[in-house]
Design a protein around this ligand. Structure first.
Ligand SMILES: Nc1ncnc2c1ncn2[C@@H]1O[C@H](COP(=O)(O)OP(=O)(O)OP(=O)(O)O)[C@@H](O)[C@H]1O
Length: 296
């Protein structure tokens, strides 16, 4: 299933990387005795697609939730569009929610609402959107994510995993946000649905000039989409750079994650220009060696 949008924007240039829109400084986050982040700095500029990677429990989702204002930092500062997240009043917080869309793990659709009502929900929360305009916006968003209008009346239980993600994206972009947050967007999808999802995000990035922040374990998605990759280890962001530079950073997590068999396979899918910047270890053969049989 290829969205018409994907074809329409294929030759469009990537959005320009512009001013800083997320600025995290000296962040510490503790849960009781568990120190998740300490002295963590992190920046995202307009037009980027930044993937946050790190070991299990390293605090990727927690970082994203703090940037969204869903969790409070223990100390340190988080600015989004230049606004300090800890000092927003009610109206500023509301405006911030309009400027940021998010897709949680599992799509997080309301199971008791139809596809239409799921996508309409952020618009209805805003209030004052006339019914005919609301219908047009929902149908436009469905089309943008490559889903025919006939799916609007379906319930989430009747959809495939890939379709649920698409509806989740349609809802996330309903209010035309500038920032899109994705938490494990391809988890649970088969390889074809993952590839289609990557194409969709890439098309939306180009078409809407979106800035995307994504938490992912999926190496192929990370390599295909990210303009930069931020690695969390030792409670902070140890490096944030294009993936070909990150792969050459000397840290045990990076060796294991990027230069293992799966990591090399994903990295070798980069364009020839970017592949040329990889460290030599990343270019070692990525197909498993077939063990030689010893003669009897
Ligand atoms: N609400 C909470 N209360 C207490 N501890 C929490 C809470 N949320 C997260 N944690 C802890 O914070 C740490 C980081 O969790 P987080 O989910 O951010 O990690 P992650 O890198 O996203 O992990 P994964 O890759 O496994 O999803 C973990 O030790 C987790 O148990």
């Amino acid at each position: 299933m290829i969205a018409p949008l994907t074809t329409a924007v294929r030759d469009q240039p990537l959005p320009e990387i512009a001013e800083t829109v997320i600025e995290v400084r000296n962040l510490t986050k503790r849960y009781g005795r568990n120190i998740v982040h300490q002295h963590l700095d992190f920046d995202v500029r307009r037009g980027e697609i930044v993937s946050i990677v790190g070991g299990s429990g390293s605090g990727k989702t927690t970082l994203m939730r703090q940037i969204l204002g869903l969790e409070r930092p223990t100390s340190g500062s988080i600015k989004v569009f230049g606004e300090d997240m800890s000092s927003l009043d009610k109206d500023e917080a509301r405006l911030m929610r309009v400027r940021s869309g998010m897709l949680f793990q599992q799509g997080a659709l309301f199971s008791s609402l139809s596809v239409f009502d799921n996508i309409a929900q952020p618009l209805r929360e805003l209030g004052k959107v006339p019914d005919d305009l609301l219908r047009d916006i929902v149908m436009l968003k469905l089309e943008m994510v490559g889903l025919p209008c006939k799916h609007a009346s379906k319930m989430p239980a009747a959809l495939s995993g890939g379709m649920i993600k698409r509806v989740g994206i349609a809802r996330a972009i309903a209010l035309e946000p500038e920032l899109l947050f994705l938490d494990e967007p391809t988890a649970g999808l088969d390889p074809q649905a993952s590839d289609e999802f990557v194409e969709l995000i890439s098309a939306l990035h180009r078409a809407l000039g979106l800035t995307v922040v994504m938490v992912t374990h999926d190496l192929d998605t990370m390599v295909a989409l990210s303009t930069r990759v931020a690695v969390i280890a030792d409670r902070k962001v140890i490096v944030a750079a294009p993936v070909e530079q990150v792969a050459g950073f000397d840290h045990p997590f990076i060796h294991e994650y990027f230069l293992g068999l799966r990591g090399r396979l994903a990295l070798q899918g980069l364009s020839p220009e970017r592949r040329a910047k990889l460290p030599p270890e990343a270019l070692e053969p990525a197909s498993e060696a077939i063990p030689l049989r010893t003669a009897p």
